[in-house]
Every structure is written in structure tokens, then in C-alpha cells.
Design a protein around this ligand. Sequence first.
Ligand SMILES: Cc1cc2nc3c(=O)[nH]c(=O)nc-3n(C[C@H](O)[C@H](O)[C@H](O)COP(=O)(O)OP(=O)(O)OC[C@H]3O[C@@H](n4cnc5c(N)ncnc54)[C@H](O)[C@@H]3O)c2cc1C
Length: 370
Amino acid sequence: MNYSFWEKYFIESPSDITILGSGIVGLSTAISIKERNPNLSIKVLERGAFPYGASTKNAGFSCFGSVSELLDDIKNMGEKNCMEVVQMRWLGLQKLKDRVGMHHLEYQHVGGTELFRKSDHLLKQQCLDSLTYCNNLIADYLNIDNCYSANPNEKLKNFDNQCIYNQYEGTINPVTMMQRLKNICVSLGIDIIYGVEIEAIQKESHTLVAKHGLNIAYHKLIICTNGFTQELLSELDVIPARNQVLMTRPLTNIPLHSGYHLDKGYVYFRQYQGRILLGGGRNLDLKGETTSEFGNTELIQSYLVEILEQIYPGASKQIDHWWSGILGIGPSKYPIIQWHDKDILIGVRLGGMGVAIGSYLGEQLAEMIS
Ligand SMILES: Cc1cc2nc3c(=O)[nH]c(=O)nc-3n(C[C@H](O)[C@H](O)[C@H](O)COP(=O)(O)OP(=O)(O)OC[C@H]3O[C@@H](n4cnc5c(N)ncnc54)[C@H](O)[C@@H]3O)c2cc1C
């Protein structure tokens, strides 16, 4: 990289607020701050040409949790913590829809469907037995009624003939979402600088050391690097988790009319313009997928292909594209929103439903920095 004096001066000069990472959290935070404090100068630094993590690589589910996930999370985190995270997802989705707009999100209100394998009798029964309990929790925390209902599954014959439908979920296009957020940033005078990769944070001198000899001064720094955070702050309890995804070519009569979740949300699929998108399966190789390296592996690919054949026999010959993205996860699904020192704020560990939580986190971070 051969920066001119002008470029180097522009990048290295401190803004009032510097945000690291231009994913949904970075951009939402920038917008929420600017909405509160129009006079503050804000600079967002991003290493990629796109946000190079999850925000433009995800599956585009506008979701807040299936029944089996809720039950699992309640077991691991307790009812109150689990439902607070569900509430963050719900509030985040409302904010996202208001801010970006249904048109720019390409929002499709198709609901969410939890499917069960034919062999998953026990899990299915547990979920069906807990419907009223979960609906009551959702009503208490989100103020919406009859969220989950037991439905027949007639179309996807290779799965159990009963499923659970969530009437409040939908699907979106993650790239049109992020493009809109980027355009809002530009219209508010927020600078987004791409191609700047930070290698170290020097807290004493308030400097970000970046590739190509850049030393970027900051006053207040907000870290929104999610699954990559440990590369800069190794003490934080957030680890990377890769998710692999496939998209088929357009197929005829796809039997998908909802966003589908399988295996407690580890596997997910939907349709997009007549194509099948299918991803996940990290539970098959938790160790191997605990990585911030992008890429696809034969193990997960053949697992996803097997599921694809169960959804639509013959579709495995019609796969058009594979990719991967990196989540930030940890021992709890509670995101990390905290001060690291008096000038560094952190908003990371979005988990598998960060499209939902992202805008909520942005509001929280903006409130804290204000
Ligand atoms: C395959 C996949 C499918 C998913 N599906 C869904 C879904 O359907 N619904 C849902 O709600 N959620 C989904 N998620 C999760 C969701 O996409 C994420 O939780 C969310 O996008 C996280 O946003 P973020 O801004 O925190 O992180 P990111 O989008 O990862 O942004 C972090 C940014 O920081 C930048 N960065 C990191 N380190 C540096 C550095 N040193 N210097 C400069 N820049 C740096 C990265 O390049 C990146 O752009 C999915 C995730 C994946 C991977």
C-alpha cells in the first residue's frame, strides 16, 4: 500500500470517536452516536472491502429463537438471562426495521419453522410440551401473543410430520441491509475507511498500530470486531466460530415457505429467489470450527449436502456457491458490552443472531459513550 501524505494524514488524525469494525454493530453504533451528538466526528476503520466477518456473510434470518434453543439457553443461562437476550434480539430487530426499512432489508415476513428429525422424538415432545411455557415467557418479555404454535409438516417428507411455527420471524438480504446502513453513515457525515487492518492497540499513547506503517491516534475507541476481538484483546471471553453456507442455483417448486431451523438452530435453511440457502452444522466439528480462518471443509460440506438432499432430492448437483463467515461466541449468549478502560468501549460476542441484536447493541454503546 502506497498512501499519499494526504491519505495518511486523514487516516491517522484522531476523530472524537473511532470505531473498529464496520459490521452491523460498528455501523449501528456510529449512527446511534451521531443521532444523539451530531457534532461529534466519527471514524470507522475496517480491514476489508466489505465488513469481513459475519454481517454480509450471514443467512439473513430475522429471528430471535426457536423453542429448542430457548429451552437449551434457559438450562445454560437461567430463565432471566436467556429472556433478556431474547428481548435484546427483539428490540434490535424493531430498531433495524425502523432504521433500514423493510424495502432495503428485502424483508419477507415468512415466519420461522423449527423442524425435527424423525429420530428426534424426545426433543420434539419436550418442545411441544413447553409451548405454553415459552409463549408465556415471550408474552411477558416481548409483549407479543401466541408466538409459537404446533403445525403439521406436510411438505418436507424426510423430517418429522410435526413442526413448530414462530409467526413473528422473517428473512432479509444482509448485503442490502449493510449497504443501507453504510449510506446512512455517509449521509450523517461518518467516515468509513476500508482496507485498514489494526495489529495492536497501544493504550498508553492512544494509538492504533495498523498494517502499512499507519499509527492512528484515537480519543475514544469502540471495539466492534466480534469474532476477531481476541486477536487484539486476548483476555476477552469471546471466541471465533466458523459457519459454512451453500447456495444452490434456482430450482423449480422449492418446498420452502419459511425460515427453517434444525438441530437446535445449528442448521438453518431458507429460499432466496428460487434458490436454497443452507448453512451451519458447526455442531458436527466444534473443535475444527472454532477458528477465525475463512474456508470450507469436506466434513461439514458433506454433512450439509446430505441435509440438502433430504430437503430437495437432486439439489446437491445444483450447488452454485459455498462460503463461510465468522461468529463471535462464548460461554454465555449474553453479548459483552463493557468499558475496557476509561477510553475504550467494547461491544462484541453477538452469537448466532447478531442481525437481531446488532442495532440494540449500537444503541447501548451510544448511550454509554454519550
Ligand atoms: C454464516 C453465518 C450465518 C449467520 N446467520 C445469521 C442469521 O441468519 N441471523 C442472525 O441474526 N445472525 C446471523 N449470523 C450472525 C450475525 O451475522 C453476526 O452475529 C453479526 O453480523 C455480527 O456483527 P458484528 O458487527 O459484531 O461483527 P462482524 O460483522 O463480524 O464485523 C466485525 C468487523 O470487524 C472487522 N475487523 C476485525 N478485526 C479487525 C482489525 N484488526 N482491523 C480492522 N478491522 C477488523 C472485520 O473485518 C469485520 O468487518 C450469522 C453469522 C454467520 C457467520
